[in-house]
Design a protein around this ligand. Structure first.
Ligand SMILES: Cc1ncc(COP(=O)(O)O)c(C=O)c1O
Length: 210
């Protein structure tokens, strides 16, 4: 688990004593065990606490440990907690078909993030966030000051990304994804296939450009 999640939990008002960094070991390649998470949640419920959020990491920054998403997803489902899959560091690797099996169970996640600026040679700071139900974010974060009112938002002609995150005035970075106009003729099969996937990613992201 990355240090930013500990920081964020402080920001949203979770007492540090209610934040659960759980042990991992060599035996699981330092991946989080669904059994360990299950036991921790069971104990918390028994002491009157309400488990709310589980962060699985696919590629930790320290040693690139990959958590088993499917098993953790089933535990998250049982306890009704939000499952976030953090692939910030290594998510770009899942573009490669040979690594895709690590994503098995990702359909159980409520949100997934990855940072192309880590391995996809884009500029800082570029984080892709996928959310299963954007309305959960909108219900928590939307507010409407008079100076923000505009026809496009009111007629739902645009997506108001200010309602998806904390900041108000930040640019939308999808257009940083490498240009689709690359000549692959001198590249190896492997780089060509990665590049093709990146071009598809750029296409998908561009669909969401306002
Ligand atoms: C695994 C992991 N999670 C989260 C983060 C934090 O991402 P951000 O800088 O977009 O907040 C990083 C690192 O930079 C990371 O490597």
């Amino acid at each position: 688990m990355h240090s930013t999640f500990q920081k964020v939990s402080k920001i949203v008002g979770i007492k540090p004593s209610n934040f659960r960094p759980l042990p991992t070991s060599d035996a699981t390649g330092f991946a989080l065990s669904p059994n360990v998470v299950h036991m921790a949640m069971k104990d918390d419920v028994a002491s009157g606490l309400v488990p709310t959020y589980l962060c699985a990491t696919m590629g930790t920054t320290g040693c690139c440990a990959v958590d088993p998403i499917e098993g953790l997803g089933l535990v998250a489902k049982e306890y009704g907690v939000w499952l976030h899959v953090d692939t910030a560091y290594a998510g770009s690797a899942y573009i490669r078909p040979k690594f895709r099996h690590y994503l098995d169970g990702v359909e159980l996640a409520n949100s997934v993030s990855f940072n192309p600026h880590e391995w996809v040679l884009t500029n800082m700071d570029y984080c892709c966030l996928w959310v299963k139900s954007p309305s959960s974010l909108q219900d928590s974060l939307s507010n409407n000051a008079e100076f923000l009112s505009n026809n496009a938002s009111e007629t739902k002609g645009v997506i108001d990304y200010k309602d998806w995150h904390v900041a108000l005035s930040r640019r939308f970075r999808a257009d940083q994804t490498p240009s689709a106009g690359c000549d692959c003729s001198n590249k190896t099969d492997e780089t060509t296939s990665i590049y093709r996937e990146l071009c598809k990613l750029r296409f998908v992201l561009n669909l969401y450009l306002p």
